[in-house]
Each structure stands twice: as C-alpha cells, then as structure tokens.
Write a protein that binds this ligand. Structure first.
Ligand code: ADP
Length: 177
C-alpha cells in the first residue's frame, strides 16, 4: 500500500492489484442489487471468500443503489465485506449522488462495526460505465468530507486500483485539487 500526496489534509492510500489480497479489516464490494454475486470485483470477492459469503448474502434481501450492507469476510483476510451498489452511469445528476452515497454509507457502516482499515474498489467504473475521472472526483471528495466529519475516528482508507491507469486518475484528481 502506498500513500497518495495528502488530499484535503487527509492521508489516503492506494494499492495496485487485486483487492481480495489486501490485509485490511474490511473490503468494499461493488455489488449489484441482488447481492448474489456477479462479474468484475464482485466475482473476485465471492470466489476468494468462498460459499459462506453467498449464503449470508442470500439472507440480506438485496440492497438499493447507493446503500450498503455488511457481511463477514469468510476465507478473505478481511474480517468484513461491505456490499454497496453503485449506479449504472446514465449522465444524470443522480449518478453522483448515488455514487457518493456508496462511499458515505460504507464508511458510516464501517464506523458502526469498529473497522479501522478499509479498501474501496473504483465503484461503478467497470460494467456500470461511470467515467473513471468523474467517479474518482466523487469518491475522493466524499471520503474527504466524511473524514472531516469524523475527525475523532481513526481509519485507514485504501483506494484499490485494479490497474496503473486507475491509480493515475486518482493521482491526477488529487493534484488538481
Ligand atoms: P461495477 O459494476 O460497479 O462497474 P466492476 O466490478 O465491473 O463494478 O468494476 C469496478 C472496478 O473494479 C473497475 O474499475 C474494475 O477494473 C475493478 N476491479 C475488477 N476486479 C477487481 C479486483 N479483483 N480488485 C480490484 N478492483 C477490481
């Protein structure tokens, strides 16, 4: 895990590679509303966590876009998985509100569960088609705002980048800030 330059007075970290390998308290899953698994990062998390994860997800009754639900991490190093459903990109204003909700609601839930390290994939930027630069701005500004509001809480936040290009986008957004 490497550190970005400071962003709005907060330390943020990034990692390039597979999120499932990270040794953190909690992984965030970019799930779909059924919470019953899918492709991309969702598929990778379910494969690495094992069948227990799917079994618990079946009890959750799905999840609305922008909301988040928590399960155990099963065979992952992470003790917890927070499943959040990003918006399918449509170009309307509600996209950013919903994407911002994913980050905020995941962090609120993390705090309730006393989670002190958490890794986020670039939610919605795969199959859901959210442009990576626009999504990075929403992600980073929402996280910074949450950290401002939760100054009394110690949490290490890692932006999991599947490739160098995603890390480059985050760095660009941070340097433009
Ligand atoms: P969505 O449906 O929310 O767009 P995807 O899983 O299709 O979700 O993609 C979200 C992001 O996760 C993409 O940027 C993709 O490159 C990335 N990704 C896919 N697999 C992994 C993985 N194993 N670890 C980290 N990031 C991943």
């Amino acid at each position: 895990m490497l550190e970005f330059e400071e962003y709005n007075g907060h330390k943020l970290y990034y990692d390039i590679g597979d999120i499932t390998k990270l040794d953190v308290d909690c992984l965030v899953n970019a799930a779909n509303s059924s919470l019953l698994g899918g492709g991309g990062v969702d598929g990778a998390i379910h494969r690495a966590a094992g069948r227990g994860l799917l079994k618990e997800c079946r009890t959750l009754n799905g999840c609305k876009t922008g909301q988040a639900k928590i399960t155990k991490g099963y065979n992952l190093k992470a003790h917890y998985v927070i499943h959040t459903v990003g918006p399918v990109y449509s170009g309307s204003k509600s996209d950013s509100e919903k994407l911002s909700g994913c980050y905020k609601n995941s962090l609120d839930l993390a705090r309730v569960y006393d989670i002190h390290s958490i890794a986020f994939p670039a939610i919605s930027t795969g199959v859901y088609g959210y442009p990576k630069d626009k999504a990075a701005k929403v992600a980073l500004s929402t996280i910074a705002h949450w950290l401002d509001e939760n100054e009394d809480y110690d949490i290490k936040i890692i932006m999991s980048c599947f490739d160098e290009y995603t890390a480059k986008i985050y760095k660009m957004v941070i340097s433009e800030n």
